[in-house]
Ligand binder design. Structure first.
Ligand code: NDP
Ligand code: MG
Length: 398
């Protein structure tokens, strides 16, 4: 028709659609029906939430990772009269990440459970909106190599990495970059001594001052392991050495991170703490679209504070730097032990201070090996989980 303009819609597969990142992404997508359509949605086991999203966004495919929930998904879709096809299991996650029904994949599963589908998206040469930081910690080198070989564009969604991506040269060069400065809110226990953290409950640890997030990353933020995982993530995404990646505590969470150049220029990205900004950036790149996030009001903020992280009170950050410097399978061991420790803390089996203790003892009990092969890294992940679970049993019995 004369005068009309049609643009190809981005077809998006959302892995981890029922989570905090998934729902923020769907909020942005819903604001731009002319640009985006939902090709696939996945959840782990929360079928009712997944069915609600299917009714609203009408994807071609819905996946529940827990195979026992397949019947509930299939029957729920039929009962609602939806044409969405139901799939279940880990292989189905790889399928929706890699198949031709989508051109863009949001990797927003929590934990190393997301590594296989994240890699499947990279192998398929998709636009990869990467929130699942644990897969980068586990297999960062493999992921970056796979993305480069298959022409996948990785757009970091973690707010710090999204900020750095926006502040680095667009041509991918790193000339003149002196340091990356990752900001950290300091979490809910900023300023507290280690001794005062002994009786922290899961609900206290999950009450983050600035961000509303899933429970695992909320605990990671409270221990500062989240920042440790992010240092490793930044190393892989941006190719800088550990000594060129620094952490600065910034309680307001408005400066999302900074790049320090050799001429003394420091570029930063600022915004209200709301993940929809990073998600809108990734979805529309290289364009800019409305995300629903309120404009930043600097006068209402009035001040920015900065401090060095307290590694005595929060040893997880130091453990992560050490694992990155050791290299090989050490970050995989760190990540697996952290996942076991956080799950035990959330289940009321391990005290808050036991999280770093369990990670440290798991790292001490295993010998890191050189590894740039996915099979070796996945085997190490499994071995580290068994080791951490055994050490956890001993700690709990004491
Ligand atoms: P949530 O816990 O809110 O959501 C996790 C999602 O993953 C849910 O859809 C869940 O399904 C699904 N899931 C959980 N376990 C599995 C599994 N074993 N197999 C398949 N799917 C699974 O997490 P968040 O949204 O907070 O975080 C997601 C990722 O993004 C994490 O890696 C986190 O570190 C990262 N991130 C999050 C930020 C945030 O603001 N939340 C900020 C920066 C990074 P179900 O609902 O059925 O359980
Ligand atoms: Mg972050």
């Amino acid at each position: 028709m004369a005068g009309s303009l049609t643009i190809d819609k981005r077809r998006i597969a959302l892995l981890g659609a029922t989570g905090s990142i998934g729902s923020s992404a769907l909020d942005v997508i819903a604001r731009h029906p002319e640009r985006f359509e939902v090709a696939a949605l996945s959840a782990h086991s929360r079928v009712d939430e997944l069915l609600e999203l299917c009714a609203r966004f009408r994807p071609e495919t819905a996946v529940v990772a827990d195979e026992e929930k397949y019947g509930a998904l299939r029957d729920g879709l039929a009962a609602r009269g939806l044409a969405t096809r139901a799939l279940a299991g880990a292989d189905a996650l790889d399928e929706i990440a890699g198949d031709e029904r989508s051109d863009t994949v949001l990797a927003a599963i929590v934990g190393a459970a997301g590594v296989s589908s994240t890699l499947a998206a990279a192998r398929a040469g998709k636009r990869l909106l990467l929130a699942n930081k644990e897969s980068v910690v586990l297999a960062g080198a493999v992921l970056m190599r796979t993305a480069a070989e298959h022409g996948a564009r990785i757009l970091p969604i973690d707010s710090e990495h999204n900020a750095i991506y926006q502040c680095l040269p667009a041509d991918g060069s790193r000339g003149g970059v002196r340091r990356l400065l990752l900001t950290a809110s300091g979490g809910p226990f900023r300023g507290r001594s280690r001794a005062s953290l002994a009786d922290i409950t899961p609900d206290q640890a999950c009450a983050h001052p600035n961000w509303v997030m899933g429970r695992k990353i909320s605990v990671d933020s409270a221990t500062l392991m989240n920042k440790g995982l992010e240092v490793i993530e930044a190393h892989h995404l941006f190719g800088l050495a550990p000594e060129c990646i620094e952490v600065v505590v910034h309680p307001q969470s408005v400066i999302h991170s900074l790049v320090d150049y050799v001429d003394g220029s420091v570029l930063a990205q600022l915004g209200n703490p709301d993940m929809r900004t990073a998600l809108a950036y990734g979805l529309a790149w290289p364009e800019r679209i409305d995300s629903g996030v309120a404009p930043l009001d600097l006068t209402a903020l009035a001040r920015f504070d900065f401090a060095a992280p307290d590694l005595q009170a929060f040893p997880c950050l130091a453990l992560a730097y050490e694992a990155l410097r050791t290299g090989g399978t050490a970050p995989a061991i760190l990540n697996a032990a952290n996942e076991v420790a956080v799950a035990a803390f959330l289940a009321g089996q391990l005290p808050f201070l036991g999280i770093s203790a369990l990670i440290e003892s798991t790292l001490a009990a295993m010998s890191p090996e050189p590894a740039d092969d996915l099979a070796v890294l996945i085997a190490c992940d499994g071995q580290a989980r068994r080791q951490a679970t055994e050490l956890l049993g001993r700690m709990v019995r004491q």
